[in-house]
Design a protein around this ligand. Structure first.
Ligand code: GTP
Ligand code: MG
Length: 358
């Protein structure tokens, strides 16, 4: 009996993956919700999962029993080639993920998912797996009813990301307001003011939750309201309580700002803690300064967070780039075919949208 686990966003998708990979005879051993119910894991077993060698041995025996010549059997040769191709695809994906220090459990999920795609190009299978396993929800580029509060640890890039989003929104002719709650740290207001002045936006300050509530009421009707915050230590109860109070001051979506180069386990744990405050998506920063992006995948998995946008330069003018499975995948496979493939093809090949053949 061979056991294999499958990860997907829904039970239907996971069952489809089981059928596609192991066939209709697979027996479901266990199902479990992961990431606080945002994904599921299904462990399935197959009794008669013949490895290539033993299946081939049976075919040879059958051909010999008929007096035939097994070596002429093109189908079996083709079958072996497919097996080889599969393992080289898996190895290529594993190699890239190891070089990015992707934690083992995330690596497992991605490999399992990529293997059932029936694709022979690693970068495309990788992008398909990202598409199937993670959410990608870029920041809005039109009027948005919630105020967006950028939160995260000190130095993550919150203030620069606020400036970049404000600049982008102004370019889209949106009526933007910026509030900072980072009023205690020396230079906190001035740093943002330097950007808002250039954009001709009036920078508001809010010193506490009550103040923030009032400012938000006064700014009602703005297309986008962006709120900068001071750096938070996710392991400090006091910091987290203060942040929770600020978030509760109005109709606010907290968005986590994550520096890309962080240790994968630390980043994953941090994302999980912030998700308890209602964070549902993240902006990844400093992608230009990171060579190991395992932390971002760990954050998405452990915090159940969607990928929003990425910051890849320290310059406000360069803005934020919306992340898609293909865009994010290109950081792992910079020269991969996925970069050159029409994204509509990827969608056809994703198991979540793949018609089951079983
Ligand atoms: N190269 C590069 N530098 C970045 C990027 N994002 C932020 N930075 C730099 O990182 C430093 C910290 O950025 P801030 O925006 O001040 O970070 P913060 O999260 O607001 O910091 P605190 O308010 O102190 O918690 C600055 O020097 C930024 O220019 C990026 O995508 N690439
Ligand atoms: Mg700041």
């Amino acid at each position: 009996m061979r056991l294999k686990s499958f990860y997907a966003k829904s039970m239907t998708e996971a069952m489809q993956m089981v059928r596609e990979s192991l066939g209709e005879d697979a027996i479901i051993i266990a199902t479990r919700e992961e990431n606080g119910g945002k994904s599921v894991r299904v462990t399935a077993a197959i009794e008669n999962d013949l490895p290539a060698a033993s299946a081939r041995a049976r075919a040879i025996a059958f051909e010999l029993s008929k007096g035939g010549n097994f070596e002429d059997d093109d189908n079996w040769l083709q079958y072996d080639e497919e097996q080889e191709q599969d393992s080289s695809l898996t190895e290529a994906i594993i190699d890239v993920m190891l070089s990015h220090s992707v934690p083992e459990d995330v690596l497992d999920q991605i490999v399992n998912c990529a293997e059932v795609m029936n694709l022979d190009e690693p970068s495309i299978a990788f992008v398909g797996a990202l598409d199937s396993l993670f959410d990608f929800t870029p920041l809005p580029m039109s009027a948005y009813k919630k105020a967006m509060m950028f939160v995260g640890p000190p130095g993550a890039g919150k203030t620069l990301a606020i400036a970049k989003q404000a600049a982008r929104a102004v370019l889209e002719d949106l009526d933007v307001a910026v509030i900072t709650t980072d009023t205690i740290r020396a230079g906190g207001i001035e740093q943002l003011q330097a950007f808002t002045k250039l954009l001709d936006i009036d920078l508001q300050t809010a010193r506490n939750p009550a103040d923030l509530k009032q400012k938000l009421l006064a700014l009602k009707g703005k297309d986008q309201i962006l709120i900068d915050t001071s750096g938070i230590n996710p392991f400090s109860t006091q910091d987290m309580t203060s942040l929770a109070r600020l978030i509760a001051a109005g109709d606010i979506e907290p968005i986590l700002i994550v520096a890309a180069a962080g240790d994968a386990n630390e980043t994953g744990e941090m994302a999980r803690i912030f998700s308890a405050l209602g964070v549902r998506r993240m902006v990844a920063t400093r992608l230009d300064m990171a060579r190991r992006l395992g932390g971002l995948l760990a954050a998405a998995q452990q915090g159940g967070l969607a990928f929003a946008d990425a910051s890849t330069t320290p310059s406000v003018a360069d803005g934020l780039e919306p992340l898609s499975p293909r865009k994010f995948g290109s950081f792992f496979f910079p020269n991969g075919q996925a970069d050159r493939t029409d994204s509509r093809n990827l969608h056809h090949q994703s198991p979540s949208r793949h018609k089951t053949t079983g």
